[in-house]
Write a protein that binds this ligand. Structure first.
Ligand code: SF4
Length: 234
């Protein structure tokens, strides 16, 4: 197994993708995924706020917090202007409520200042991916995963979101060095994964992490692992 990801080429990543598809089936992209010039510009902002809410919490709590947030406030201006303590109460189910309330207001403020008043992330669409990612991660509390979720899922830009499953499986396959930080894992995967596979491979690696490659007691008896993993202990 490679310790630095050096043996992984775009061709081998494509083969891995195809082998994962054989195991789990093809990844469908929905109308909500990728760039769409007709889409409401507010959707990108909603995606960003929901992704902030999702940091370090289960999906169902994210959904409840997001629903509370958008049901409670009439618009983004009201969210930005709310008392932090009040906003924190509204999103409390997502955990880290004060921290996330502050991040949300900081993000809305940055967007409004960038656009001159509009709550829209449409300007990111015209930016190269690295520039768009840098704009988002310059906002304190927005890391590479949150930025990549917004840019990849909403704008269809080629950057891979590396959650805990993607990071663990990528390291066990030798796609990413074992010692890499999450930020480094993003950079490594963005450099080796072909653009068109950033979204489907993200989904498939999560599926593999959930189905076979759990953090403890992985079930290693599957054809993909027979071909790609020789990590110690499995
Ligand atoms: S062989 Fe086991 S530990 Fe290695 S990636 Fe597969 S499930 Fe995970």
């Amino acid at each position: 197994m490679s310790q630095d990801g050096a043996e992984w080429t775009a061709t081998r990543v494509r083969t891995l993708h195809d082998d994962l598809v054989d195991l789990y089936g093809p990844v469908e992209t929905t109308e909500a995924h990728g760039a769409d010039p007709d889409r409401d510009p507010a959707e990108g902002v909603r995606q960003l706020l929901t992704t902030i809410l999702s940091q370090n919490v289960a999906d169902q709590n994210t959904a409840r917090a997001s629903e509370n947030l958008f049901d409670t406030y009439a618009d983004f201006a009201a969210i930005e202007a709310a008392e932090v303590a009040e906003l924190a109460e509204v999103i409390r189910v997502a955990g880290l409520p004060e921290t996330k309330a502050t991040r949300i207001q900081r993000a809305l403020s940055a967007i409004r200042e960038e656009t001159g008043g509009a709550y829209s992330l449409a300007f990111l669409d015209a930016m190269p991916t690295a520039e768009a990612k840098a704009w988002l991660t310059d906002i304190k509390g927005i890391g590479p995963k949150t930025a990549s979720v917004v840019l990849n899922f909403h704008f269809g830009k080629p950057t891979m979101a590396v959650d805990t499953h993607v990071e663990r499986v990528s390291k066990r396959f030798g796609l990413v060095p074992e010692s890499a930080s999450n930020a480094r894992a993003h950079d490594v995967l963005d450099s080796v994964v072909p653009d068109e596979l950033t979204y489907p491979l993200h989904v498939l690696l999560i599926e593999h992490g959930r189905t076979h490659c759990s953090a403890r007691n992985p079930d290693c008896d599957n054809p993909v692992c027979a071909a790609y993993c020789d990590c110690e202990g499995c």
